[in-house]
Design a protein around this ligand. Structure first.
Ligand code: SF4
Length: 280
């Protein structure tokens, strides 16, 4: 596993290119609600050009709930919504879909911990029937943590009088959680929600997903764009191919963007070290 390291010197791991990107496809921007839509557009490009057969991704169902789906068309992808506030177990769905004969090459969108699991499975296949060779691309979304859903839902109901089933979107920006409801947007200081972060997340050091091929997330300074981190030549080729084919537009990530992502990654690393030291 050499090369996959989060450290004070490399809080976002190794990479070869960093971009600001946004979708050029109608509706894809809406899908990620101002996040740039570049991940959706990239995946649509891969499906349209038959570079992959399917995408395994989380689809928001109701409020904070979601399910894992296998998207084989651009319509499937556009229907999938982006916000995840709990880690959904997708190993069973993964195995089930990768066993399908018409799926030979799959892209998977997940969180950094899931990207690590998938990469380990690829590097150390345990069974002859291992299906990890079908994984063509791993995309990891930036992650500061997910929430113990029942306790978090109870908190939202009790303190903010929110009905979790009506939540349209949640975004974490700086020290504030923005909760979009049908007729208002609530703001919640992150201090208040820290007790509801899953315990394992408090000792997780990886913000961007260093085990992925491409990491993607929001820039608070450049809203409307997606930050894309390409970690290998294949990732660069895919991003450039999507741009050449008119699915996304990109501009090189400038120093301020790199610093912004590193700042958040360092904050997560420091948090992990602090909580890990409490366990010793
Ligand atoms: S903080 Fe780490 S362990 Fe928690 S959901 Fe995110 S990537 Fe997974």
């Amino acid at each position: 596993m050499s090369g996959f390291i989060v450290s004070k010197d490399k809080p976002i791991g190794d990479y070869i290119a960093l971009y600001l990107a946004r979708s050029k496809i109608e509706r894809a921007e809406g899908y990620e609600r101002g996040r740039g839509g570049a991940v959706t557009a990239l995946l649509i490009y891969l499906l349209d050009k038959k570079i992959i057969d399917a995408v395994i991704v989380t689809k928001k169902t109701r409020g904070l709930e979601g399910e894992i789906i296998v998207a084989k068309t651009r319509e499937d992808l556009l229907e999938a919504a982006g916000t995840r506030w709990s880690v959904l177990p997708y190993t069973a769905k993964l195995r089930e879909s990768l066993m399908e004969e018409d799926i030979q090459r799959v892209a998977i969108v997940g969180l950094p911990c899931q990207a690590q699991f998938l990469r380990q499975m690829q590097l150390y296949p345990l069974l002859e029937t291992d299906f990890s060779k079908k994984i063509s691309l791993i995309i990891s979304l930036f992650c500061m943590g997910t929430y113990a859903s029942e306790a978090f839902i109870a908190f939202l109901k009790r303190v903010y009088k929110l009905n979790p089933e009506d939540i349209i979107d949640i975004q974490l920006r700086g020290d504030t959680l923005y909760v979009k409801m049908p007729d208002e947007e609530k703001t919640i200081p992150t201090q208040e929600i820290l007790p509801y972060v899953q315990l394992g997340c408090l000792i997780c050091p990886d913000y961007t997903g260093i085990f992925s091929d491409i990491s993607a997330g929001l820039s608070e300074v450049h809203l409307g764009y997606t930050v894309l981190i390409a970690r290998n030549k294949n990732a660069v080729k895919i991003i450039q191919g999507a741009e050449d084919a008119g699915y996304i537009e990109t501009k090189p990530g400038t120093l301020d963007i790199v610093e912004e992502v590193k700042f958040r990654a360092e904050a997560k690393l420091i948090r992990a070290v602090k909580y890990a030291s409490m366990l010793l």
